[in-house]
Design a protein. Structure first.
Lengths: 541, 99, 217
């Protein structure tokens, strides 16, 4: 493959190209790279909004009793923190940002299969976001049900559940369109010679994720519609007074929301799988195992939803079946962890910022995954359900996992996307408060939960007080580090050094084109003759 | 990666008569289903519903929606989607049947 | 293949280039449409999940409540939709054979039959609503829980289905115009095929709704 960097400056980069200039050039563009950046920018803003809510919640927990807000506000905060983080950041997550930018490039294509649908998905995303924020200020006030909107309270509460739930429905449409686009793109637009088994593993992860987005999201769609129907028309499906069963709501809710966590994690795992070979200068260990394990996780992960409901009154038979399947779904995840670690063995490891955060991902995801297995055991679940143990667990997987994966991907691909290099020392230094603060914060939650502290509680008993203060301090350290990390990128955008086409010595297709890429990505459509990650032991700088 | 030209597509235009035949069968199945459901007791009519209805749907998928003439990829995708729904319903019954 | 390096691509040219590429990928467009249909199957699927759970829980009440629906109208509507699927399929064969006029006639017939279905549905619903048998309606609230749920599901599922019939009719009408203008023809009929796929799915969903609601007695 030829280095196109020399010829690059004849074609303008996608950032500058086009007759239209300014905002319109961006919000009307069907270029997958521009859409990716639209998503990325919006998502990071919503992430910071979610972080702010989290910080406020932690401030409230600095004292027993009222600190800075009343109970109703606290309920609204944890609801909106969940809704914003999950639906506006983690679920769109890596697919909407890095998937949109890099999937076509990684498979040697000029764009996705349906560029206009891609732009539509962003419009849906922004519409849903606006509606979600509006629900804070209209109707009966922000919803206080928790992001899970459990019936019958969600049917009965006077707060603005209908608008928030409708916003989530629209966001679901955005997710569906992304998945549909990616699955079709991977089937139809791979470059000549790129067989399925020569495809980069990030693409495999996006493929598996796409199927989950297509098949699972409609279930939450109909469930949310039913909540609205119940609130307005009283059809009765979730209302005990009319013979309805609130547990059926939970079933329908989790049939989507459990696979949703695999939408969240699979692409992050895919990004890690791109990063580790590059900085270990070795080919990935067990390519086919990683590829197929993505599909296995998507499939098995769709069969475990009721492990969120062990204490809701489901039958013993269901508890047994779902507990068993929950243990099984750990296997393909573990396979990935073994393969990543095996890739490091006898590699020439270069601890650049992307690698540092990628290795952290492995460690933090393991803690998250193992605590998940613990929760899958019925006897343990009875004690830890709805405690801070669960909260700690999912922050380890969603933040330590997807969040760190997102940071790692951003550190890896930022130079390619924007043509600027960030300050690597600052990125590395930021890691310390992030990693330390993260563990102080969330490991403490695991302990709190183990000792019985319930989640979504405004008050706490004296015996939990010290740990709550410790967790809050951890949150400050963590957020301080995150702000430095993100601020570093902004500085890079404004006055960073020009980045070369291949700052890391990677050998997938994105490193063969200029930084930033031209509009059509490739001067000539590449022909693929080798498997991915076939490293020569030569380091590019 | 080759694209299907529409000239190649001309190779399988489904004849009008095939569609009409399928339609007649669908109408007949509907009548049978209705008759059985209205005449016989619960168990038999449930069985009729569980066999005849998917059969009708299958005919629409296979002929009207052209699935019979599509490649293995599309057939596999339809199978995955339908199985997913069936599995969801089946797994739910681990809870509802054992309450 | 990119144009000479000196030529700047405008966004519009870029979009057109991709629009053309999309139109030429017949198989890709078909895959995309089927994937969309899967989302519709799963959307209704959630309601089928609820129906099956509640039917198992209240078999007797579902049986009784089903008796109150007029199965003759249900069967007539089934025949109407099955026939509309036939005309839809015939429309596609006609355009493939180059017979634009016939294709338009069949397509128009499909839309008309969809309208007939909706008119029937309207009268059916009106009868029930008139008798107070609708969600939160006075008569329904007096009934047993299982019956309340039956009718709740009946209105929700046939209502959602009806919305899809309306959407389908709108889409098919637009396709009819495109067909008339020659934008769909023997050389490029994927839009018609995809619109047909949608319509057939609407028919399939009704095929399931018939026995669930009208023949449960």
């Amino acid at each position: 493959m030829s280095m196109a960097a020399v010829a690059a400056h004849a074609e303008p980069s996608f950032l500058d190209a086009g007759e239209r200039k300014g905002l319109l050039a961006w919000v009307l563009s069907t270029d997958h790279k521009r859409i990716a950046i639209l998503y990325l920018t919006a998502m990071l803003i919503f992430f910071l909004v979610g972080v702010t809510m989290g910080i406020l919640m932690r401030l409230e927990q600095l004292t027993m009793g009222e600190t800075i807000m009343k109970a109703q506000t606290y309920n609204a905060l944890f609801t909106l923190h969940g809704v914003i983080m999950i639906f506006l950041f983690v679920i769109p997550g890596l697919p909407a940002s890095f998937g949109n930018f890099f999937l076509p490039i990684l498979i040697g294509a000029k764009d996705v299969a349906f560029p206009r649908l891609n732009l539509l998905s962003w419009y849906f995303f922004m519409t849903g976001a606006v509606l979600a924020v509006t629900s804070l200020f209209t109707g009966g006030g922000p919803p206080d049900t928790g992001w899970t909107f459990y019936a019958p309270y969600s049917i009965r509460t006077g707060t603005n559940v209908s608008l928030a739930v409708f916003a989530a429905f629209i966001l679901g449409l955005s997710s569906i369109l992304t998945g549909l686009n990616f699955v079709t793109t991977i089937h139809r637009l791979r470059a000549p010679g790129m067989t399925w088994h020569r495809m980069p593993l990030f693409a495999w992860s996006l493929y598996a994720t796409g199927w989950v987005q297509i098949l699972a999201t409609p279930i939450i769609g109909i469930t949310l519609m039913l909540v609205i129907m119940e609130r307005f028309f009283g059809i009765g499906v979730f209302d005990p007074a009319k013979g309805g069963d609130p547990v059926l709501y939970q079933h329908l809710f989790w049939i989507y929301s459990h696979p949703a966590v695999y939408i969240m994690i699979l692409p992050a795992m895919g990004a890690i799988t791109e990063i580790i070979p590059t900085f270990a200068h070795r080919t990935i260990f067990g390519y086919r195992f990683i590829a197929y394990s993505s599909v296995a996780i998507a499939a098995l992960g769709s069969l475990v939803w009721a492990h969120h409901m062990f204490t809701s009154g489901i039958s013993d038979m269901a508890s047994l079946v779902f507990s068993l399947l929950t243990f099984l779904v750990a296997i393909p995840s573990a396979i990935k962890v073994f393969n990543w670690v095996a890739t490091l063995y006898k590699g020439s490891i270069d601890l650049q910022p992307p690698m540092l955060y990628a290795l952290s991902f492995i460690f933090l995801f393991c803690i998250g995954g193992l605590t998940g297995i613990m929760q899958g055991a019925l006897a343990v679940n009875v004690h830890v359900h709805d405690t801070y143990f669960i909260v700690g667990h999912f922050h380890y997987v969603m933040f330590g996992g997807t969040g760190f994966g997102f940071f790692a991907a951003l550190l890896y691909w930022f130079p390619k996307m924007f043509g600027k290099m960030y300050n690597r020392k600052v990125a590395t230094l930021a890691w310390f408060p992030i990693f330390i603060g993260f563990n102080v914060f969330y490991f403490t939650m695991l302990v709190l939960g183990w000792e019985g502290m319930p989640r979504r509680y405004y008050n706490h008993l004296p015996q939990y007080h010290t740990l709550h203060v410790l967790a809050t301090v951890g949150s400050w350290i963590l957020v301080g580090g995150v702000l430095v990390l993100l601020g570093n990128f902004i500085v890079a955008l404004l006055k960073g050094q020009q980045a070369p086409a291949n700052p890391w010595g990677g050998i997938s297709l994105e490193w063969t084109i200029p930084s930033p890429p031209t509009v059509e990505n490739f001067e000539e459509v590449p022909t693929i003759t080798q498997p991915p990650y076939h490293f020569n032991p030569v380091v590019h700088r | 990666m080759t694209q299907l030209t529409l000239a190649e597509e001309h190779g399988h235009i489904v004849p009008y008569s095939t569609f009409i035949t399928v339609w007649v069968i669908l109408l007949a199945l509907t009548m049978i289903l209705t008759y059985v459901a209205k005449t016989f007791h619960e168990a038999l009519s449930v069985w009729a519903m569980l066999t005849i209805t998917p059969l009708k749907a299958g005919l629409v998928f296979y002929y009207f929606m052209h699935l019979k003439f599509e490649g293995p990829l599309l057939k596999a995708m339809v199978f995955v989607a339908l199985s997913t729904l069936v599995v969801f319903i089946g797994m739910l019954f681990f809870d509802t049947s054992f309450q | 293949m990119s144009s000479p390096a000196a030529q700047a691509h405008t966004d519009l040219a870029h979009a057109e280039a991709h629009g053309q590429a999309v139109h030429r990928d017949y198989a890709g467009a078909k895959i995309g449409m089927w994937l969309f249909l899967f989302t519709e199957i799963l959307l209704f699927g959630g309601l089928f999940i609820l129906y099956s759970a509640y039917r198992a829980k209240y078999p007797h009440e579902f049986h009784e409540a089903s008796n109150e629906l007029n199965f003759v109208i249900g069967v007539i509507n089934t025949v109407v939709l099955l026939t509309s699927s036939l005309s839809m399929a015939l429309s596609i064969s006609a355009v493939q054979k180059g017979n634009r006029r016939l294709s338009m006639i069949f397509l128009a017939a499909t839309v008309v039959l969809g309208g007939v279905f909706l008119v029937n549905k309207y009268f059916e619903w009106m009868v029930k609503i008139h008798h107070g048998l609708y969600p939160n309606g006075p008569e329904l609230l007096k009934r047993k829980p299982g019956e309340i749920l039956f009718f709740g599901l009946y209105f929700t599922m046939t209502g959602l289905h009806g919305l899809h019939v309306i959407a389908g009719m709108i889409v098919l009408s637009i396709l009819l115009v495109l067909l008339a203008k020659g934008r769909i023809g023997q050389d490029d009929y994927i839009k018609l095929e995809n619109g047909g796929l949608y319509w057939h799915l609407v028919d399939v969903i009704w095929i399931f709704l018939l026995p669930l609601f009208y023949l449960a007695a």
